[in-house]
Design a protein around this ligand. Structure first.
Ligand code: GLA
Length: 584
């Protein structure tokens, strides 16, 4: 069915839009376990094995449970310590450790509280269970959406930090491809004494005993002069999560060049969480054996005419449970600079177990100072999910970009709830400092081609970093046509660097507008509905004169001038992006 919708471009109605309800249905926990070689396993190293059946008084030791999820098998581990009927210990999910507090055991029943972390919020969750023969049957505690934090959420379908954001497309309600992973709820899991799958994750931290580092007094760090336009590149997380290694990074660098992405502007190859090994006695951090020679890898990426980035956290652990930079900020910055890294993504996660949101600016300044001190130009990317009004202080700590939302997932509702929430942040974007609504999911399989075009267009309209997150070695032509659309990339990379804004919202149609350096205007018309619509734009009612040439940046076609009403079909969840050029 085709609907007829009148769209008006009204610059006076910037804030009149209410976000559409695009919330998912349930917690989407879809995390595969790490399957790394058995070397360097702190988890295995302190494993305590017991072959005897538990009695009701001693369930101390390590318990391993597996749960299948839509994304594969997930491993959950409990390290329990029982004394005088009280239980303490750690719950380990594939995305990090959480302390167990206030636990009790009575007869064959046990009950304890887990302190989880979710996008910077600490959440207490209760776990109850029973001893059944020689097993424990427990329903593990999972983080939920944090209360009212960040944009783009909370949505019930979100993933906790550190968990995968993409996966095989699941059929939609009517069997059409690609509305993301199906809902998944954690139920009871049977745990047995055993050995967890080895990984390079760092050992658990007892946060109550951790020495507190002093935070610096606030001061403004001068701009590093980088990222005059929004950074473009590729990041390992959305596709590979922690399954990333030297060979994959090299082959991605090759593909960036051979696919034409380098020529289109994609320059930074960013290694996200999962590269870390352990620290030596001097505190120097090494990569894990999946990255046998980081300097050689960096040299290889540079030799392709590309730049390379890395990931860490101001906390002791990253979101994936790997070694963070807490207390080693200067040392790590120097190591990153010695490796000749060009970009650092710095992700809050476990820092929320130590500091409050009001400490965030100082904690991020600590690394900003450390990077500046290295003397190496390093793009500084903050990742703290848009908390604490980061758009107001990000640039002061030397940041070139800051995440404004929780994690994106490869489904339309997640992408739309994030992307369409960014209008109010437009004034904070500018050359050298950008709002970052998270990385691209284009090509990961969870959205339709029209939805991916909407994703790319919206990110371009708001001057967001364009960081691809798919396996660019195996892109089909439809996906590369999206990522390589140079006319849309030019909107993102426009040197004026203003953030685009919503200027009209009528039913399921909204219009965004962005001023460009040449005096041209970019106009994007979005269709939220899952039906095709017809967009009709009456330019004269919009304050746009009759003397602009209209170019359609997805059709790569000229559409006459603004002397005529614009009228085109607009696909479900689709977009039309126009560039208006004033004729002399
Ligand atoms: C958080 C971040 C993601 C990714 C993971 C890595 O969830 O928001 O972008 O870096 O951590 O663990």
């Amino acid at each position: 069915m085709t609907y007829h919708v009148e769209c008006f471009l009204r610059r006076s109605s910037l804030n009149s839009f209410l976000l559409p309800a695009v919330l998912g249905l349930s917690i989407g926990l879809t995390t595969p376990i790490d399957t790394k070689p058995a070397t360097q396993s702190p988890v295995a190293a302190d494993m305590q094995s017991k072959d005897t059946a538990p009695d009701t008084h001693d369930i101390s030791g390590r318990w391993v449970g597996k749960k299948s999820s839509p994304m594969g098998e997930m491993e959950i581990v409990y390290q329990l310590h029982v004394q005088d009927g009280k239980i303490t210990g750690t719950q380990t999910l594939p995305f990090g450790d959480s302390p167990i507090v206030d636990g009790q055991i009575a007869g064959d029943s046990l009950h304890f509280t887990v302190e989880l972390e979710s996008f910077g919020s600490i959440q207490k969750r209760e776990v109850s269970g029973k001893i059944v023969d020689d097993t424990l049957v427990l329903t593990p505690a999972m983080p939920g959406p944090p209360p009212g934090v960040g944009r783009g959420g909370p949505e019930p379908g979100m993933s906790p930090p550190g968990s995968p954001t993409s996966g095989p497309p699941a059929p939609g309600p009517s069997g059409e491809p690609g509305t993301g992973p199906p809902p998944f709820r954690m139920g009871p899991v049977t745990f047995r004494r055993g050995t967890p799958t080895p990984s390079f994750r760092a050992p658990s931290v007892d946060y109550s005993k951790l020495p507190r580092i002093a935070l610096p007094t606030l001061h403004d760090i001068p701009s590093n002069g980088l990222a005059k336009t929004p950074p473009m590149g590729w990041n390992s997380w959305n596709k590979f999560q922690t399954h990333i290694d030297d060979a994959t990074v090299r082959s991605i660098a090759d593909a960036i060049v051979s696919s034409g992405m380098k020529d289109a502007g994609y320059r930074y190859i960013i290694i996200d969480d999962g590269w870390q090994g352990s620290r030596n006695t001097d505190g120097a951090l090494s990569p894990n054996p999946n990255f046998p020679d980081m300097k050689a890898l960096v040299d290889y990426v540079h030799s392709q005419g590309l730049m390379i980035g890395i990931y860490s956290s101001p906390g002791p652990r990253t979101c994936g449970g790997f070694e963070g930079s807490y207390g080693h900020e200067r040392q790590d910055a120097k190591i990153f600079a010695d490796w000749r890294m060009d970009y650092l993504k710095y992700d809050w996660c476990s820092a929320s177990r130590i500091w409050k949101d009001t400490d965030m600016q100082a904690a991020y300044q600590e690394m900003g100072d450390a990077l500046e001190k290295t003397g190496r130009p390093i793009v500084y990317a903050l990742c703290q999910y848009g908390r604490a009004g980061v758009e107001r202080w990000g640039a002061k700590v030397g940041a070139n970009l800051w995440r404004t939302t929780m994690d994106i997932r490869d489904r339309y509702d997640s992408m739309a709830s994030i992307g369409f929430s960014q209008s109010e942040l437009a004034s904070f974007a500018g050359p050298g400092h950008w709002n970052d609504p998270d990385m691209l999911e284009i090509g990961n399989g969870g959205m339709s081609a029209d939805e991916y075009r909407t994703h790319f267009s919206l990110w371009a309209m708001i001057s967001a970093p364009l960081i691809a997150g798919n396996d660019i070695r195996n892109m089909n032509p439809g996906i590369s046509a999206i990522l390589l659309n140079k006319e849309v990339i030019a909107i993102d990379q426009d040197p004026l660097g203003t953030g685009g804004k919503r200027v009209s919202s009528t039913g399921d149609i909204e219009i965004w507008w962005k001023a460009l350096a040449s005096g041209d205007n970019a106009v994007a018309i979005f269709n939220h509905s899952n039906q095709e619509m017809r967009a009709i734009v009456s330019w004269d009612t919009l304050g746009i004169g009759k003397d602009y040439a209209v170019r359609d940046l997805w059709a790569h076609a000229d559409r006459g001038t603004t002397s005529k009403v614009f009228s085109q079909p607009l696909p479900a969840h689709g977009v039309i992006v126009l560039r208006l050029h004033q004729l002399k």
